[in-house]
Write a protein that binds this ligand. Sequence first.
Ligand SMILES: NC(=O)C1=CN([C@@H]2O[C@H](COP(=O)(O)OP(=O)(O)OC[C@H]3O[C@@H](n4cnc5c(N)ncnc54)[C@H](O)[C@@H]3O)[C@@H](O)[C@H]2O)[C@H](O)CC1
Ligand SMILES: [K+]
Length: 517
Amino acid sequence: MKIFSKEQIYEGDALTAKKQGITSTELMERAGTQIFNWLHLRMQGAQVPIHVFCGIGNNGGDGLVVARHLITHGYNVKTYIVNYSKTRSKDFLINYERIKGTTKDWPILLNDAKELPEIDEKDIIVDAIFGIGLNRPIVTWVKQLFNHFRATKAFVLSIDVPSGLETDAVPKDEECVVNAGYTLSFQTPKLVFFLPETAKYTVQWEVLDIGIDPEYLFTTPTEADLIGKNEVLPIYKPREKYSHKGHFGHALVIGGSYGKIGAVTLASRGVLTIGAGKVTAYMPKCGYIPLQSSFPEAMVISDVNDEKITKIDFNITPDAVAFGVGAGTDAKTISAFEAFLKTNTKPLVIDADGINILAKKKALLKSLPENTVLTPHPKELEGLIGKWTDDFDKLKKTKALSKKYKCIVVIKGANTITVYGDKLYVNATGNPSLATAGTGDVLTGMITGLIAQGYDALAATIFGVYLHGKSADLLVEELGYQSFIASHVIEGIPLAYLDLFKQPEPPQVEEAGEEEN
Ligand SMILES: NC(=O)C1=CN([C@@H]2O[C@H](COP(=O)(O)OP(=O)(O)OC[C@H]3O[C@@H](n4cnc5c(N)ncnc54)[C@H](O)[C@@H]3O)[C@@H](O)[C@H]2O)[C@H](O)CC1
Ligand SMILES: [K+]
């Protein structure tokens, strides 16, 4: 699913009205009616008090449409105008007149914090104060109103975005943003729903289709894409009946040091379970017996040194190479990696200490083959790009790194984002169970295993990150968040693959003429 910017959303709105021959007021009616339908389906006429807070722009206009439909359907509604500016939008004004013509209970005008309305914990707040048009700091009394919402503990349903949240910036003051329980967002999720510093403003979100011109949606390229099943299905390469292990490539995993052999084992298991034909682990001698006995499917080449990698020397021809898991940053390991980079021509995936080494010796970045995949967690990323001021600055700096060295950077986190040049691929799978030791090593193996099988590096990264998260999503239902460990990600890979082709369950339809006895 594409993630459109606010400029693109405005452009799409205008184009839709023109192409479909409708007014912006009609588009607003469509948008507001969708929100009403969503609420009506869930509330079924329940008389829980609903407080609809409307701004004076088009987000407020949407709120007025919702309030009007709620009133005409007999709900227990109170409508407020949060009168933060004199400049009211045309469609706001049209809907203001419409609601006044519908009920004697006219909207209550709020002008400052003295008039904070009474709201019970069991009531519902509909937040239609600011949408994507927010472009400057909000006034103090509106902030006090937002604090009042929090204090009531009532459920907040935000329209389009939690009010106070800009679509392209991190809020300077947390109290100036509404905390939504649920956000119903028009046509596209917003990038801020996925960034660590801004995702917290809504517990859940959902996209409502308001019929924006399909051609515009299809043909307009976006800076960011949300990667779900529909996006990865075209990437998947089906297997030929007469294929053999030689068709699926040979991956080499270089890493490990005394006490950190498990990282290489996990990565190697990731390589084979994702479908590569063969895997060889290159590691210090101390890893030889543990790896051979715990994972017989892997082959091992040992370094001359017992405890760390000191010389990367092998006589195989891998199709993809992973470097770094558990490797440490000893001076000899750094020299070995440096020497390896001078002659290596194979696709590379670099993780963990491999990234720490690149951070120490930035000149090495120039020796990486084109489309090398880097999979840093936030601290490792900081080593590469320096400190960032906020999540948007982090994305900007990561894009610059990706462009300068023509590499693919996977920013690991709750919503892992793959950065390639100016493009962002936001992964939709995964959950907090993945916040446990070793899951990153498995991911490295999965991406490397996909490249070895013939997926190009970007496709392998996007697909690998998706399957990694999906595996956890499927298994966490049985295992729970706390007991999930990195090996479980590997166990869930088959389920994640099978899930790609699961048909959605057909709706249960009662046979005509069948009667209960
Ligand atoms: N396709 C769609 O997504 C549709 C969206 N709709 C809704 O329209 C809003 C955007 O409306 P807009 O009028 O542009 O902006 P807002 O209502 O978000 O902003 C209000 C208004 O106030 C001014 N302003 C901005 N910041 C401040 C501030 N801090 N203090 C005071 N005033 C401020 C600004 O100039 C705006 O004019 C979108 O989110 C949807 O909810 C359409 O209804 C249908 C199609
Ligand atoms: K809002």
